[in-house]
Ligand binder design. Sequence first.
Ligand SMILES: NC(=O)c1ccc[n+]([C@@H]2O[C@H](COP(=O)([O-])OP(=O)(O)OC[C@H]3O[C@@H](n4cnc5c(N)ncnc54)[C@H](OP(=O)(O)O)[C@@H]3O)[C@@H](O)[C@H]2O)c1
Length: 253
Amino acid sequence: MNTPGFYDGKTVLLTGASTGIGKELAIKLMHTKCKLVLVARRKELISEFVTSQPKRENLIISGCDVSDKEAVSLLLDEVTQKMGQPDIVILNAGVSLGEKYEILDEKATRATMEINFFGVVNFVHPLLQPFRERKSGTFVIVSSLADGRGYPQSAAYSASKAAVSIFAESLAIKTAPLGLKVITVKPGFVKTPMTDKNQFPMPFMISAEKAAEIIFNGIINGKRMIKFPFMTSLLTSLANIAPYKIFAKAVRR
Ligand SMILES: NC(=O)c1ccc[n+]([C@@H]2O[C@H](COP(=O)([O-])OP(=O)(O)OC[C@H]3O[C@@H](n4cnc5c(N)ncnc54)[C@H](OP(=O)(O)O)[C@@H]3O)[C@@H](O)[C@H]2O)c1
């Protein structure tokens, strides 16, 4: 099922909209009739691609840092005042600081958790009460297929995504009877500035446009979990149940 007009009239907030998957998703959303809030620290990058799209009303571009709880709270107040409460909140902002820094640098580990995990929590908590009162609202939480094991090149990243996935699952179970929806997105490798810096092999990599299309349609189709691509999903499912020795040997290679 692919409902035309699904996004029309809804207030959609998307974080991590300046590059990669978020940018492509923002462009797709710009072609719907939703009220759109695009968030990233480098808001000038958002403004750049917005000007090359057909002109539209009902657009907020915000330079909010998702790890800054106060800034998120101010942003949500502004959105509610200008566009009404968000209907769909796509929490896509994330960082992967790279193999070189992660394990060695405690600051990088904390920053990864602050953005990838608390950058989700900072939106979920203030919106929970209004969503509960309305008995509707959708959280789309972008995790990763790297959320199930300790990959040696991305200790903090995988730990942050494990936290996000578990948080999203608990939230889904808890809030479904209240009329809320929580969709977890687990991409494999996608070609974006995040992966451009990786030195290791990235099998079955897909484009950011393709990833955005899968997420855009998955939300319309009411999926609870959006995992892609199929082969990476299959291989990570096997990795997730492999005994430690076999897993460690495979990933060391
Ligand atoms: N690419 C992959 O292979 C892959 C695989 C699995 C999961 N994912 C996940 O998909 C999501 C998007 O990643 P991507 O690959 O598209 O990477 P990307 O191109 O690097 O995009 C990351 C986005 O997050 C924003 N961001 C980072 N820190 C932020 C902060 N503190 N506050 C606000 N915005 C912030 C960045 O904007 P600013 O820097 O301008 O703030 C940018 O728009 C991430 O959650 C990532 O973990 C990606």
